[in-house]
Write a protein that binds this ligand. Structure first.
Ligand code: GAL
Length: 706
């Protein structure tokens, strides 16, 4: 037992809610629950499928007490334990030795807990997770506190003692939860990944986007009308660049900021005909909107009695999305005017903050939720509302949102932000995997052809491959020097859809994040210390702490591919090659095992590596759009390295909700060594009711063997 935690704390009454998942209520039962309000049930069967597991500590070591109108939770921590998660961070992975106030907010360029998805969940490298299921701004002290009721931490003289460190080691996590009660849920591992899987499944299981959502996206300028948009789509076709989705920015409304949600008759005189024309070219339409409802539009008039008592951002009403009447009005209007005519989804802007744009903390809402509670959940409530509109029509959606939280994992939305720091964007993609959200490092512009290429490459290996460069009109071919390389990576994205779609199916069914940190997969190199990133010398930064050692610029995409993006201006970059043998994605050449390699900044393609035995199914032919439902999909199945391998290839119609009724298919792919020691590929019997349109064209054993 960790002696630092229990003193003076009150016991909790733990209940098993699923194998390896326990819950307890600290204090009163009157907290506002994130999952309860959002109303997503746990994936009970899938959780049971993970089997039983134990925590690496006794639950008796978790205690609580009241603290001036708040509730203080205290949890144990080993001396060297690492903690990941605590929301969508962009600079750090390991959260130990940090203090975070988990608040839905616009990201302010450094990690302090104010972020687009401040999910109150952490996972420990000791193989367990902790989730506080409360819609409040929780303050987390992740191994920084030392109550004086306990012996003081070791004291070292700063001047003479080399053991002095920037932060004294604390052996407790403290969480200050506003209010008198909190629900605490703990998830067993035994690995970090299995603890995250349990958390994701408990929150509803990962989302499965439609297949077209994994194609390429592009957003058009504010001034564009229907004809301009149609011409833009033609330009992509003429130049042979992939395109599956076009996003309309504020221009499609009769008025935006605040927003009417009505098509402008001047710019889009016949929205249905416009959506149809685009659909005939295989292109879906996504609509930008924000959460500020124009008080004078039709919806505004309906929503006023169901909205807060303050106008927000530019004079808009804020619908109380915890109120069924508000949701019904919004859903009916969106369904009638957008979804029914074929619109494919939304991008909900500004629902995170900044503070001056949103409602104040003292605003009142008719549902009785506090302004803070509603803000913590607004993005997720919107995701649920819109996902349901599509579900009722038997369709899937995929969209973007600026705010999320626990309970959002099952909704097909990807977070984006305005910070535009390329490295932070990559760290955001990685951190999403620790807390049940997806992030896109969307491309908005570039100062050089090199930067343009590097950004497009990275976004193509992310949950949502999108150009959001409408404001400065940069197009995929705008930098002729790199246009071919840009086209190639966009096409590779489309070719990888069978692999990515299967990774998302694992997200939905098993809770495994499709994009994740090396640390989460447990494949970090043996001697991590050798791979210090952002190394700082003692004079420049004597307070440099262990968290600098995170690998923040490379990640796993699906089960077998590791992506190590290049950044503009780099002469060369280090790539950490984890344990096990790894191979170059493009050539199949062996690159190393538990080591660091240097990749030249002149490398044309985005560096990607595949683990030994990795199987990667790709569309055989380069194409510009995701295959339509029912289309035959010739596949090349690549195998890398020397080890035998296995892959579960997932398929369904790619668009409808039928997969939820098991109208889907899992095709086992295997590579085994025959009697002569030769590798050979085979497919097992498919399971599920769906008749897949995949056709295996060739098995390709990398390198080179046809
Ligand atoms: C920003 C958003 C951009 C764009 C713009 C429209 O807040 O991040 O992607 O949609 O608003 O006004």
């Amino acid at each position: 037992m960790n002696p630092d935690v229990k003193q003076n704390d009150t016991n909790l009454n733990w209940q098993v809610v699923a194998p390896g998942v326990w819950r307890a209520v600290a204090g009163e039962d009157n907290y506002v629950s994130l999952l309860g309000t959002i109303g997503v049930p746990p994936r009970t069967e899938a959780l049971a499928g993970l089997g039983a597991a134990e925590l690496p500590f006794s639950k008796d070591e978790i205690g609580w007490k009241r603290a001036r109108g708040n509730l203080l939770l205290a949890l144990p921590l080993d001396e060297t334990e690492k903690l990941y998660g605590l929301g969508l961070n962009f600079d750090t992975l390991n959260q130990r030795e940090n203090v975070r106030e988990l608040k839905v907010d616009h990201y302010g360029l450094y990690d302090n807990g104010h972020t687009h998805a401040p999910v109150p969940f952490y996972v420990s490298d000791r193989g367990y997770g902790v989730f506080v299921n409360v819609a409040e701004r929780i303050k987390v002290y992740a191994g920084t506190t030392h109550p004086t009721a306990l012996p003081h931490p070791p004291i070292y003289d700063r001047v003479t003692d080399p053991r002095w460190r920037g932060v004294s080691v604390s052996r407790r996590v403290e969480m200050l939860v506003p209010g008198a009660g909190a629900e605490v849920i703990v998830f067993a591992g035994p690995t970090m990944l299995s603890a995250v899987q349990r958390f994701n499944l408990f929150c509803g299981g990962g989302c499965l986007p439609p297949r077209w959502g994994l194609g390429f996206w592009h957003r058009v300028p504010m001034s564009f009308n229907a004809a301009d948009t149609e011409a833009e789509a033609r330009a992509f076709t003429e130049r042979d660049f992939p395109l599956d989705v076009i996003g309309l920015e504020p221009s499609w409304h009769t008025a935006a900021y605040p927003t009417t949600y009505e098509f402008s008759p001047a710019r889009f005189p016949d929205p249905r005909a416009f959506v149809d024309t685009m659909k005939r070219q295989g292109i879906r339409i996504n609509l930008w909107e924000n959460c500020m409802i124009h008080p004078d539009c039709r919806l505004g008039k309906q929503i006023r009695p169901h909205s807060g008592d303050y106008y927000a951002g530019w004079g808009g009403l804020i619908a109380d999305l915890a109120l069924p009447a508000a949701c019904e009005a919004l859903a009916a209007q969106h369904d009638r005017e957008h979804v029914a005519i074929g619109v494919s989804g939304y991008k909900l802007d500004e629902c995170d903050g900044l503070d001056p744009w949103l409602w104040p903390d003292h605003a009142e809402f008719p549902s009785g939720l506090s302004a803070v509670q509603l803000r913590q959940m607004y993005g997720v409530l919107f995701q649920k509302l819109t996902t349901e509109i599509f579900r009722k029509r038997g369709r899937r959606t995929y969209g973007q949102v600026r705010a999320s939280n626990a309970g959002g994992v099952s909704f097909p939305y990807v977070i984006y932000n305005d910070c535009y720091e390329h490295r932070q964007y990559i760290t955001g993609v990685i951190n999403g995997g620790f807390c049940g959200v997806l992030f896109t490092p969307e491309v908005r512009g570039a100062h050089s052809p090199e930067e343009w290429l590097r950004r497009v490459q990275a976004v193509c290996m992310s949950p949502l491959a999108q150009l959001n460069a409408w404001a400065n009109r940069v197009l995929p071919w705008s930098f002729p020097e790199v246009a071919d390389a840009v086209r190639d990576v966009m096409k590779l994205r489309v070719q990888l859809i069978p692999y990515l779609y299967s990774a998302f199916a694992r997200y939905r069914h098993e809770g495994v994040p499709p994009f994740r940190a090396l640390a989460l997969d447990g494949c970090l190199p043996k001697t991590e210390e050798a791979y210090v990133q952002g190394k700082t010398d003692d004079t420049a930064n004597p307070y440099a702490r262990a968290l600098c050692r995170d690998i923040r610029d490379q990640y796993l995409m699906g089960d077998s591919i590791m992506v190590a993006p290049l950044f503009a201006g780099e002469q060369q970059r280090d790539v950490v090659i984890p344990r096990g043998r790894w191979y170059d994605f493009y050539t199949g050449q062996f690159v190393g095992e538990d080591t660091v390699i240097a990749v030249s900044g002149k490398h044309r393609d985005i560096p990607m590596f595949v683990r030994d035995g990795g199987i990667v199914p790709l569309l055989t032919e380069a194409r510009n759009q995701a295959p339509a439902p029912g289309a035959t999909m010739p596949l090349e199945i690549r195998h890398y390295g020397e080890a035998e391998g296995a892959f579960q290839l997932y398929d369904d119609d790619g668009d409808s909700m039928a997969y939820e009724q098991n109208d889907c298919c899992w095709l086992p792919l295997a590579v085994k060594r025959g009697a002569q020691g030769k590798l050979a590929g085979s497919t097992g019997p498919a399971s599920g009711r769906y008749h897949s349109t995949y056709r295996i064209d060739q098995w390709r054993f990398m390198p080179g063997r046809p």
